[in-house]
Design a protein around this ligand. Structure first.
Ligand SMILES: [Zn+2]
Ligand SMILES: [Zn+2]
Length: 388
Protein backbone atom coordinates (compact mmCIF):
# COMPACT_ATOMS: atom_id res chain seq x y z
CA UNK A 1 0.00 0.00 0.00
CA UNK A 2 1.35 3.41 -0.94
CA UNK A 3 0.98 6.09 1.67
CA UNK A 4 3.08 8.84 0.15
CA UNK A 5 3.00 10.49 -3.21
CA UNK A 6 5.51 8.49 -5.19
CA UNK A 7 8.04 10.04 -7.52
CA UNK A 8 8.41 7.83 -10.55
CA UNK A 9 12.02 7.27 -11.57
CA UNK A 10 12.57 6.35 -15.17
CA UNK A 11 15.36 6.40 -17.71
CA UNK A 12 14.03 8.84 -20.22
CA UNK A 13 11.17 11.29 -20.06
CA UNK A 14 9.49 13.64 -22.50
CA UNK A 15 6.97 16.16 -21.18
CA UNK A 16 6.61 14.21 -17.97
CA UNK A 17 5.94 10.74 -19.41
CA UNK A 18 8.30 7.89 -19.92
CA UNK A 19 8.80 7.15 -23.60
CA UNK A 20 8.74 3.46 -24.28
CA UNK A 21 10.91 1.37 -26.56
CA UNK A 22 12.10 -2.22 -26.70
CA UNK A 23 10.19 -5.49 -26.42
CA UNK A 24 8.35 -4.99 -23.17
CA UNK A 25 5.02 -3.71 -21.98
CA UNK A 26 4.96 -0.74 -19.59
CA UNK A 27 3.19 -1.45 -16.32
CA UNK A 28 1.29 1.84 -16.50
CA UNK A 29 0.11 3.76 -19.55
CA UNK A 30 -0.93 7.44 -19.61
CA UNK A 31 -4.10 8.11 -21.60
CA UNK A 32 -5.37 11.62 -22.41
CA UNK A 33 -9.06 11.32 -21.47
CA UNK A 34 -11.86 13.57 -22.70
CA UNK A 35 -9.12 14.62 -25.13
CA UNK A 36 -10.13 17.35 -27.55
CA UNK A 37 -12.95 18.49 -25.23
CA UNK A 38 -12.94 21.93 -23.60
CA UNK A 39 -13.62 21.15 -19.96
CA UNK A 40 -13.48 24.00 -17.45
CA UNK A 41 -15.28 22.35 -14.57
CA UNK A 42 -15.81 18.74 -13.51
CA UNK A 43 -16.59 16.53 -10.54
CA UNK A 44 -14.26 13.78 -9.35
CA UNK A 45 -15.93 11.10 -7.21
CA UNK A 46 -14.10 8.23 -5.49
CA UNK A 47 -15.94 4.93 -6.09
CA UNK A 48 -13.38 2.46 -4.66
CA UNK A 49 -10.27 2.79 -2.53
CA UNK A 50 -8.72 6.06 -1.43
CA UNK A 51 -7.12 8.92 -3.30
CA UNK A 52 -4.29 11.20 -2.24
CA UNK A 53 -4.34 14.65 -3.80
CA UNK A 54 -0.73 15.62 -4.45
CA UNK A 55 0.69 18.86 -5.84
CA UNK A 56 3.50 19.18 -8.39
CA UNK A 57 6.07 19.05 -5.56
CA UNK A 58 4.65 15.64 -4.60
CA UNK A 59 3.29 17.04 -1.34
CA UNK A 60 0.15 15.41 -0.03
CA UNK A 61 -2.64 17.98 0.19
CA UNK A 62 -5.58 15.78 1.14
CA UNK A 63 -6.84 12.22 1.23
CA UNK A 64 -10.36 11.42 0.03
CA UNK A 65 -12.41 8.26 0.50
CA UNK A 66 -15.34 6.54 -1.30
CA UNK A 67 -18.34 8.63 -2.24
CA UNK A 68 -16.44 11.86 -1.68
CA UNK A 69 -16.90 14.27 -4.54
CA UNK A 70 -14.63 17.20 -5.23
CA UNK A 71 -15.19 19.83 -7.90
CA UNK A 72 -12.35 21.26 -9.97
CA UNK A 73 -12.91 24.56 -11.75
CA UNK A 74 -10.60 26.64 -13.96
CA UNK A 75 -9.76 30.01 -12.47
CA UNK A 76 -7.56 31.91 -15.00
CA UNK A 77 -4.11 30.29 -14.97
CA UNK A 78 -4.94 27.96 -12.07
CA UNK A 79 -7.83 25.84 -10.95
CA UNK A 80 -9.80 25.68 -7.72
CA UNK A 81 -10.39 22.44 -5.84
CA UNK A 82 -13.75 22.68 -4.10
CA UNK A 83 -15.52 20.46 -1.59
CA UNK A 84 -18.93 21.23 -0.09
CA UNK A 85 -18.92 24.72 -1.61
CA UNK A 86 -15.63 25.75 -0.01
CA UNK A 87 -12.38 26.18 -1.91
CA UNK A 88 -9.79 23.80 -0.42
CA UNK A 89 -6.85 25.07 -2.47
CA UNK A 90 -5.81 26.56 -5.79
CA UNK A 91 -3.25 24.72 -7.94
CA UNK A 92 -2.06 24.45 -11.54
CA UNK A 93 -1.10 20.80 -11.47
CA UNK A 94 -2.23 17.95 -9.21
CA UNK A 95 -2.27 14.16 -9.19
CA UNK A 96 -5.12 12.18 -7.71
CA UNK A 97 -3.24 9.08 -6.72
CA UNK A 98 -4.95 5.86 -5.69
CA UNK A 99 -3.53 4.65 -2.38
CA UNK A 100 -5.54 1.48 -1.69
CA UNK A 101 -5.21 -1.94 -3.38
CA UNK A 102 -7.91 -1.14 -5.93
CA UNK A 103 -8.95 2.40 -6.77
CA UNK A 104 -11.55 3.76 -9.15
CA UNK A 105 -13.33 7.02 -9.74
CA UNK A 106 -15.94 8.85 -11.79
CA UNK A 107 -15.36 11.94 -13.92
CA UNK A 108 -18.37 14.11 -14.56
CA UNK A 109 -17.77 17.22 -16.69
CA UNK A 110 -20.20 20.13 -16.46
CA UNK A 111 -20.32 20.29 -20.31
CA UNK A 112 -23.88 19.44 -21.30
CA UNK A 113 -22.80 17.20 -24.23
CA UNK A 114 -20.50 14.98 -22.15
CA UNK A 115 -21.60 12.04 -20.01
CA UNK A 116 -20.00 10.79 -16.82
CA UNK A 117 -17.27 8.14 -17.25
CA UNK A 118 -15.70 5.63 -14.84
CA UNK A 119 -11.96 4.89 -14.61
CA UNK A 120 -9.41 2.77 -12.75
CA UNK A 121 -6.02 4.06 -11.64
CA UNK A 122 -4.81 7.63 -11.12
CA UNK A 123 -5.71 10.99 -12.63
CA UNK A 124 -3.25 13.78 -13.47
CA UNK A 125 -4.87 17.18 -13.77
CA UNK A 126 -3.24 20.22 -15.35
CA UNK A 127 -4.19 23.08 -17.66
CA UNK A 128 -3.54 23.44 -21.37
CA UNK A 129 -4.72 26.60 -23.13
CA UNK A 130 -7.08 27.51 -20.26
CA UNK A 131 -8.93 24.16 -20.20
CA UNK A 132 -8.26 20.99 -18.24
CA UNK A 133 -5.86 18.36 -19.49
CA UNK A 134 -6.87 15.07 -17.87
CA UNK A 135 -4.56 12.06 -17.98
CA UNK A 136 -5.60 8.65 -16.69
CA UNK A 137 -2.53 6.68 -15.52
CA UNK A 138 -3.85 3.17 -15.69
CA UNK A 139 -2.38 -0.36 -15.62
CA UNK A 140 -1.67 -1.30 -19.24
CA UNK A 141 -3.91 -4.40 -19.23
CA UNK A 142 -6.82 -2.40 -17.74
CA UNK A 143 -6.47 0.01 -20.67
CA UNK A 144 -6.54 -2.97 -23.08
CA UNK A 145 -9.69 -4.39 -21.43
CA UNK A 146 -11.52 -1.03 -21.47
CA UNK A 147 -10.57 -0.50 -25.10
CA UNK A 148 -11.68 -4.02 -26.10
CA UNK A 149 -15.11 -3.24 -24.62
CA UNK A 150 -15.43 0.16 -26.34
CA UNK A 151 -14.07 -1.01 -29.69
CA UNK A 152 -16.01 -4.27 -29.96
CA UNK A 153 -19.12 -4.15 -27.75
CA UNK A 154 -20.88 -6.86 -25.79
CA UNK A 155 -21.72 -10.57 -25.90
CA UNK A 156 -19.24 -11.86 -28.46
CA UNK A 157 -17.26 -15.11 -28.52
CA UNK A 158 -14.36 -15.48 -26.08
CA UNK A 159 -11.89 -16.18 -28.94
CA UNK A 160 -12.97 -13.01 -30.72
CA UNK A 161 -12.31 -10.97 -27.56
CA UNK A 162 -8.86 -12.57 -27.24
CA UNK A 163 -8.07 -11.68 -30.87
CA UNK A 164 -9.32 -8.14 -30.28
CA UNK A 165 -7.17 -7.84 -27.11
CA UNK A 166 -4.04 -8.99 -29.01
CA UNK A 167 -4.50 -6.45 -31.79
CA UNK A 168 -5.47 -3.60 -29.44
CA UNK A 169 -2.38 -4.34 -27.29
CA UNK A 170 -0.17 -4.48 -30.38
CA UNK A 171 -1.63 -1.26 -31.79
CA UNK A 172 -1.17 0.56 -28.47
CA UNK A 173 2.48 -0.52 -28.14
CA UNK A 174 3.32 0.31 -31.75
CA UNK A 175 1.87 3.82 -31.35
CA UNK A 176 2.77 4.38 -27.72
CA UNK A 177 4.83 7.53 -28.22
CA UNK A 178 2.29 9.16 -30.53
CA UNK A 179 1.23 11.85 -28.02
CA UNK A 180 4.51 12.11 -26.08
CA UNK A 181 4.84 15.79 -27.03
CA UNK A 182 1.54 16.45 -25.21
CA UNK A 183 2.58 14.63 -22.04
CA UNK A 184 0.68 11.34 -22.44
CA UNK A 185 1.03 8.16 -24.50
CA UNK A 186 -2.29 7.76 -26.34
CA UNK A 187 -5.53 9.73 -26.61
CA UNK A 188 -8.92 8.15 -25.89
CA UNK A 189 -10.49 8.82 -29.28
CA UNK A 190 -10.54 6.76 -32.49
CA UNK A 191 -7.44 8.71 -33.54
CA UNK A 192 -5.64 6.19 -31.30
CA UNK A 193 -8.28 3.73 -30.01
CA UNK A 194 -11.63 4.40 -28.30
CA UNK A 195 -11.23 4.24 -24.51
CA UNK A 196 -14.18 5.92 -22.85
CA UNK A 197 -13.60 4.39 -19.45
CA UNK A 198 -12.92 1.15 -17.63
CA UNK A 199 -14.15 -2.30 -18.56
CA UNK A 200 -17.39 -3.39 -16.85
CA UNK A 201 -17.88 -6.99 -18.05
CA UNK A 202 -16.13 -9.91 -16.33
CA UNK A 203 -16.16 -12.08 -19.47
CA UNK A 204 -14.15 -9.38 -21.29
CA UNK A 205 -11.67 -9.16 -18.41
CA UNK A 206 -11.23 -12.98 -18.54
CA UNK A 207 -10.64 -12.98 -22.31
CA UNK A 208 -8.08 -10.17 -22.03
CA UNK A 209 -6.37 -12.06 -19.22
CA UNK A 210 -6.15 -15.24 -21.32
CA UNK A 211 -4.16 -13.27 -23.90
CA UNK A 212 -2.04 -11.38 -21.35
CA UNK A 213 1.15 -9.94 -22.86
CA UNK A 214 0.43 -11.35 -26.34
CA UNK A 215 1.21 -9.20 -29.38
CA UNK A 216 1.65 -9.97 -33.08
CA UNK A 217 4.91 -9.37 -34.92
CA UNK A 218 6.39 -9.99 -38.37
CA UNK A 219 9.26 -12.41 -38.99
CA UNK A 220 11.79 -9.78 -37.87
CA UNK A 221 10.02 -9.35 -34.53
CA UNK A 222 8.55 -5.94 -35.39
CA UNK A 223 5.07 -5.11 -34.09
CA UNK A 224 2.49 -5.14 -36.86
CA UNK A 225 0.28 -2.18 -37.70
CA UNK A 226 -2.86 -3.96 -36.51
CA UNK A 227 -5.52 -1.74 -38.04
CA UNK A 228 -9.12 -3.01 -38.00
CA UNK A 229 -12.61 -2.00 -39.08
CA UNK A 230 -16.22 -3.11 -38.50
CA UNK A 231 -17.01 -4.99 -41.73
CA UNK A 232 -15.05 -5.33 -44.99
CA UNK A 233 -18.14 -6.03 -47.15
CA UNK A 234 -16.61 -9.27 -48.45
CA UNK A 235 -13.17 -8.04 -49.46
CA UNK A 236 -10.47 -6.31 -47.42
CA UNK A 237 -8.30 -3.51 -48.81
CA UNK A 238 -4.54 -3.33 -49.53
CA UNK A 239 -2.80 -0.92 -47.17
CA UNK A 240 -1.44 1.17 -50.07
CA UNK A 241 -4.95 1.69 -51.46
CA UNK A 242 -5.82 3.69 -48.34
CA UNK A 243 -2.44 4.99 -47.25
CA UNK A 244 0.83 5.09 -49.18
CA UNK A 245 2.80 2.21 -47.70
CA UNK A 246 2.36 -1.32 -49.10
CA UNK A 247 2.70 -3.62 -46.07
CA UNK A 248 3.17 -7.32 -46.88
CA UNK A 249 0.77 -8.40 -44.11
CA UNK A 250 -2.06 -6.01 -45.11
CA UNK A 251 -3.18 -7.55 -48.41
CA UNK A 252 -6.65 -7.48 -49.97
CA UNK A 253 -8.50 -10.76 -49.29
CA UNK A 254 -11.94 -12.16 -50.04
CA UNK A 255 -13.82 -12.61 -46.76
CA UNK A 256 -16.92 -14.80 -46.88
CA UNK A 257 -17.66 -14.66 -43.13
CA UNK A 258 -19.00 -11.12 -42.72
CA UNK A 259 -21.72 -11.07 -45.38
CA UNK A 260 -24.81 -11.52 -43.19
CA UNK A 261 -23.66 -9.32 -40.33
CA UNK A 262 -25.18 -5.95 -39.30
CA UNK A 263 -22.50 -3.86 -41.05
CA UNK A 264 -22.53 -5.76 -44.34
CA UNK A 265 -25.01 -3.65 -46.37
CA UNK A 266 -25.94 0.02 -46.65
CA UNK A 267 -27.68 2.45 -48.98
CA UNK A 268 -27.36 6.19 -49.42
CA UNK A 269 -28.74 8.76 -51.78
CA UNK A 270 -26.80 11.79 -52.95
CA UNK A 271 -27.95 14.56 -55.30
CA UNK A 272 -26.21 14.46 -58.66
CA UNK A 273 -25.47 18.18 -58.43
CA UNK A 274 -23.66 17.62 -55.10
CA UNK A 275 -21.36 15.06 -56.73
CA UNK A 276 -20.82 17.42 -59.68
CA UNK A 277 -19.87 20.21 -57.26
CA UNK A 278 -17.52 17.92 -55.33
CA UNK A 279 -15.75 16.71 -58.51
CA UNK A 280 -15.35 20.28 -59.70
CA UNK A 281 -14.07 21.63 -56.38
CA UNK A 282 -11.81 18.75 -55.41
CA UNK A 283 -10.49 17.67 -58.82
CA UNK A 284 -11.39 20.49 -61.23
CA UNK A 285 -13.18 17.71 -63.11
CA UNK A 286 -16.31 18.30 -65.21
CA UNK A 287 -17.35 14.91 -66.61
CA UNK A 288 -18.64 14.80 -70.21
CA UNK A 289 -22.12 13.34 -70.88
CA UNK A 290 -20.50 10.02 -71.73
CA UNK A 291 -18.49 10.07 -68.50
CA UNK A 292 -21.68 10.87 -66.49
CA UNK A 293 -23.32 7.87 -68.07
CA UNK A 294 -20.43 5.78 -66.73
CA UNK A 295 -20.73 7.28 -63.23
CA UNK A 296 -24.51 6.68 -63.12
CA UNK A 297 -23.89 3.00 -63.82
CA UNK A 298 -20.70 2.59 -61.75
CA UNK A 299 -20.39 -1.00 -60.44
CA UNK A 300 -18.01 -2.79 -58.11
CA UNK A 301 -18.17 -6.57 -58.12
CA UNK A 302 -14.60 -6.64 -56.76
CA UNK A 303 -13.25 -3.61 -54.90
CA UNK A 304 -12.00 -0.68 -56.93
CA UNK A 305 -10.11 2.42 -55.86
CA UNK A 306 -11.30 4.97 -58.43
CA UNK A 307 -14.67 6.19 -59.71
CA UNK A 308 -13.46 7.03 -63.20
CA UNK A 309 -11.68 4.79 -65.72
CA UNK A 310 -8.78 7.27 -65.87
CA UNK A 311 -7.95 6.62 -62.20
CA UNK A 312 -8.22 10.22 -60.96
CA UNK A 313 -11.20 10.33 -58.59
CA UNK A 314 -10.44 8.36 -55.45
CA UNK A 315 -13.40 6.56 -53.88
CA UNK A 316 -11.98 7.22 -50.42
CA UNK A 317 -12.34 10.97 -51.01
CA UNK A 318 -15.98 10.48 -52.01
CA UNK A 319 -16.50 8.39 -48.87
CA UNK A 320 -14.97 11.09 -46.65
CA UNK A 321 -16.85 13.96 -48.29
CA UNK A 322 -20.30 12.36 -48.23
CA UNK A 323 -19.82 10.47 -44.94
CA UNK A 324 -20.40 7.05 -46.53
CA UNK A 325 -19.91 3.83 -44.59
CA UNK A 326 -17.40 2.42 -47.09
CA UNK A 327 -15.85 2.86 -50.54
CA UNK A 328 -17.32 -0.48 -51.68
CA UNK A 329 -20.49 0.75 -53.45
CA UNK A 330 -22.26 0.67 -56.79
CA UNK A 331 -24.36 3.48 -58.28
CA UNK A 332 -27.80 3.64 -59.89
CA UNK A 333 -29.47 6.71 -61.32
CA UNK A 334 -32.68 7.78 -59.56
CA UNK A 335 -34.03 10.98 -61.13
CA UNK A 336 -31.83 13.88 -60.00
CA UNK A 337 -30.21 11.64 -57.41
CA UNK A 338 -27.75 8.81 -57.32
CA UNK A 339 -28.66 5.74 -55.29
CA UNK A 340 -25.59 4.16 -53.74
CA UNK A 341 -25.77 0.52 -52.67
CA UNK A 342 -22.80 -0.38 -50.54
CA UNK A 343 -21.11 -3.22 -48.70
CA UNK A 344 -19.14 -3.07 -45.45
CA UNK A 345 -18.48 -0.48 -42.78
CA UNK A 346 -15.10 1.21 -42.29
CA UNK A 347 -11.85 1.61 -44.21
CA UNK A 348 -11.50 -2.12 -44.99
CA UNK A 349 -7.78 -2.50 -44.11
CA UNK A 350 -6.62 -5.26 -41.74
CA UNK A 351 -8.98 -7.20 -39.51
CA UNK A 352 -12.71 -7.25 -40.30
CA UNK A 353 -14.35 -7.38 -36.85
CA UNK A 354 -17.61 -8.97 -37.96
CA UNK A 355 -15.73 -11.52 -40.09
CA UNK A 356 -13.50 -12.33 -37.09
CA UNK A 357 -16.59 -12.72 -34.84
CA UNK A 358 -18.08 -15.26 -37.24
CA UNK A 359 -14.80 -17.13 -37.61
CA UNK A 360 -14.58 -17.42 -33.80
CA UNK A 361 -18.14 -18.84 -33.70
CA UNK A 362 -17.20 -21.35 -36.40
CA UNK A 363 -14.32 -22.70 -34.35
CA UNK A 364 -11.32 -20.90 -35.86
CA UNK A 365 -8.37 -20.46 -33.49
CA UNK A 366 -6.88 -17.09 -32.61
CA UNK A 367 -3.83 -17.90 -34.74
CA UNK A 368 -5.99 -18.81 -37.75
CA UNK A 369 -8.04 -15.62 -37.46
CA UNK A 370 -4.97 -13.40 -37.03
CA UNK A 371 -3.15 -15.12 -39.90
CA UNK A 372 -6.08 -14.60 -42.24
CA UNK A 373 -6.31 -10.84 -41.69
CA UNK A 374 -2.58 -10.21 -41.06
CA UNK A 375 -0.54 -12.45 -43.39
CA UNK A 376 2.21 -14.50 -41.72
CA UNK A 377 1.72 -12.81 -38.35
CA UNK A 378 3.28 -14.47 -35.32
CA UNK A 379 2.08 -14.26 -31.73
CA UNK A 380 4.77 -13.32 -29.17
CA UNK A 381 4.45 -12.85 -25.44
CA UNK A 382 5.97 -9.64 -24.13
CA UNK A 383 6.79 -9.20 -20.46
CA UNK A 384 5.69 -6.25 -18.38
CA UNK A 385 8.42 -3.88 -17.27
CA UNK A 386 7.93 -2.70 -13.74
CA UNK A 387 8.42 0.98 -13.10
CA UNK A 388 9.91 0.48 -9.67
ZN1 LIG B 1 -4.54 9.86 -30.52
ZN1 LIG C 1 -15.15 -9.06 -43.73
Amino acid sequence: MRIHCIIFIAFFWISGIKTVSGSYIPEIIDIGVFSGESIKKFNFTVTHGRYLICNSNHEKLLEITPFTTITLEVNQSNFKVIRNDSVLFTESNITLQGSAFYNSFLLNPYNRNLDQRAYDGDLKVSLRRDVFQLINSVPFESYVAGTVQWESGFNHHDIFYQVQAIIIRTYALRNINRHAHEGFHLCDRVHCQAYYGKVTENYIISAVDRSRGEVIVDNTGRLLNTVYHANCGGQTVNSEDLWTEALPYLRSKKDTYCSDMPGSRWQAQIAERDLRRFLQQRYRYNPSDKEWHGIRGFRQSARRNFLDPGGEVQLRHIREHFGLRSTYFSVKSNGDSLLLTGKGYGHGVGLCQEGAMQRARHGYSRKQILNFYYNHSQIEIWQTELLW
